[in-house]
Design a protein around this ligand. Sequence first.
Ligand code: F6R
Length: 602
Amino acid sequence: MCGIIGYAGVEPAAPVLLNALERLEYRGYDSAGLAIVGAQGIERLRAQGRLRNLRGKAESGAPEGVVGIGHTRWATHGAPTEQNAHPHVGAKGLYTIVHNGIIENYAALRDDLRAQGIACATDTDTEVIAQLLDLYDAGSPLETLRKVLPLLAGSYALAILYRGEPDSVYAARLRSPLLACLCPSGALLASDAAALLPHSREIYRMADGELARLRRAEIQFFDASLNAVEKQPVAIDRHVTAADKEGWAHFMRKEMAEQPETVRLTLEPLLKRGGVDLGEADLKNPGEIDRVLFLGCGSAWHVGVAGRLVIEELTGIPASAELASEFRSAPITVNRNTLVIVISQSGETADTLMALRRANEAGARTLGIINVVGSSIAQESGSVLYTKAGLEVAVATTKAYSTQLAAVYAVAARLAQLRGSVSEGALQEFLHALAALPDQMEETLQSSESPALAWAQAVHKQEHAYYLGRQLDYAAALEGSLKLKEISYIHAEAYAAGELKHGTISLIEPGTPVICACCREDVLAKALSNMEEVRARGADVFAVTSDPQLRAAHVLRIPKTHPLLGVSLAVLPLQLFAYHCARLRGCDIDKPRSLAKSVTVE
Ligand code: F6R
């Protein structure tokens, strides 16, 4: 999703901005641009497509100057053309801005501007902000922002250049992240820590409603009434900064290989003395919890789909998983006795953040399972359990998913321990299997590599595939199918295995690939019947299983583990299979088309 950078310093701004934009590339974008305060005023340079196009333009004539802003745009309003690429300027050329987020009332604002004789030159929602700033200019950017920001509905992170103050970059944020830091050569602003970390590990996080002014050696923060705000920087760990493929062909493949270690790192502080220690995230008054609700989007929601079954089986507490984007506009049914577990790698997903706010407003107890320290969702969750996935660069998640699942197992076991809902023997059996999981993941990744490649060779030319599983195997099927479609562009759907015959089985034809996750012994017999149903219609059946007896056209065997943990192993060959399909199809694996790593719009 869109990325923002701003720099006010002493070095030539163009390379600083371009290098920072490169570190934001992983978020997904389709055009890029920058603006630099030069001798002739503020100059813009924009290009459609990859950042290399912008770099190419900069090499044959970058604007000179030491203050500037830059942007990678993931199109929402208006096609990804150069004309629509940020930065945008107002009609008088006073303000030049880049923007992340969505201005929901942009159409009405555009009409108002037109009525005042100001026509927008682009199809973007962002341009109305630049036009309004020019229109209401009060001679001081902070005063102008105070007048204009209340007119905007929606979300924004803004970096702004003002013609009258060539040494400054201004910033404002609402529901879209914005960070800043000081470094020896100046002050920087960015939407993502990845762009700032080469310059400093001491990062300031702007809060909703705050504004900032950056100059060479200082950053000033203000609240919406322009009162100065004192802020302390947050120190970011070294382990989150490693953005290097280290010899792997793709970040995604490297990150898959890192799963055993990151799961081990996530579990290490949690599994202690034959029990679970959640530290500051420990569950208060556990006897009062009468419902557990998981909230997340995409893969994070898939973790919730698995998590709800683990919670129910270990604690008997009714549990469900809802899509954050749906929860935020559904009738409120959570209360102080509901444990709402919010899952997010980035900690900035707008849908999840809004859902969390709703749960907080309803008085629910909220627990965030988050990867990015100090992110918005981490800050607003009642308590936080951090996953230790480190920086995940590939847009399609692998290691963040696995570490989230590991954290959910720990929470479920802690709840079971506190409520005494399983026998000590059963709890120890679960914890023992959990401690052994990283080694089994290692074994699974190794033994699955060549069969997953063979499956991909058989399937990669297909345009449709179906994934089946029951209970926790269904959660693995959901994640496997998402991996396949997002990186290989093969259309894939996951079904609870028993559901296919209620409609979708009409799509199974001779040769249709059907990938089955069959790890839960208690539902194996029924899953086998569902496999037979598709085989009878000519499907090419691929099965991931820990059952030594299971027979299918293509079988990939994974180690046996505790019945609640099989999903953590089953998902690994499904990731590898998707990866090899995408590779054989020549797809851009780390940056699939149209996708963004951190989805900061609703
Ligand atoms: C899929 C994927 C997405 C994310 C989703 C939530 O591979 O990565 O589905 O899981 O966008 O993102 P976070 O976890 O950052 O809230």
